[in-house]
Design a protein around this ligand. Sequence first.
Ligand SMILES: Nc1ncnc2c1ncn2[C@@H]1O[C@H](COP(=O)(O)OP(=O)(O)OP(=O)(O)O)[C@@H](O)[C@H]1O
Ligand SMILES: [Mg+2]
Length: 222
Amino acid sequence: MAVLVELKGVGKAYPRGTVEVAALRDVSLEIAAGESVAVMGPSGSGKSTLLGILGCLDRPTRGHYLLDGREVSSLDDAELSALRNRRIGFVFQSFHLIPQLTVEENVETPLLYGRVPEREWRSRVHACLEKVGLDHRSTHRPSELSGGEAQRAAIARALVTEPAVLLADEPTGNLDSATGEEVAEVLWGLQREGRTVVVVTHNESLAARAQRVVRLRDGRIA
Ligand SMILES: Nc1ncnc2c1ncn2[C@@H]1O[C@H](COP(=O)(O)OP(=O)(O)OP(=O)(O)O)[C@@H](O)[C@H]1O
Ligand SMILES: [Mg+2]
């Protein structure tokens, strides 16, 4: 399998007062295209920091990050956000849906900033809603959805640009276990369709269904 993501000696330090906090230290990691990976570790071990770097939301302070063999660390902000829009889908614990917009409008938002021609938007949006089993809720607003439905809407939104990699930070953290199971099924199902999926989770049974588990401790791969 082709290497999609490659981290080489990545460090991330945050300034805190006059000292620096190392959130990641010397992390080297390869993820192949089409692979599913769970990221686990105690609170504060650097999981969200790692995902933020993989998702081009943040930059490493040391080392190299190659996505599709391309060095990401050297891109400027505009290049980074263009890359993020084209190649990355992000799912958050608290869904981050826009409350004033309907489900289909929420799913459409990433297309406003991308290169997909407008005549394709509608079919893309509905194909993604169907994939997560939510087409019947397309005209509802987020406040009218259950937690599981809201997270499935967020997954549809993350998929609408057909990203190379889907990143999810504790996607079932706000859900009860049965609903979390449904959302996990959707996420790991995407891997079976060939998508690359990286999920941060505290849930061992959810993680056990990934092809690989990466464990962090104090900012290092354990
Ligand atoms: N923006 C920031 N500014 C300063 N320090 C930060 C920042 N973000 C994270 N940190 C610090 O970096 C370390 C790693 O944080 P991170 O959020 O990556 O942990 P995590 O593994 O996701 O934890 P959790 O399971 O609680 O979500 C922590 O010590 C945290 O306090
Ligand atoms: Mg976190």
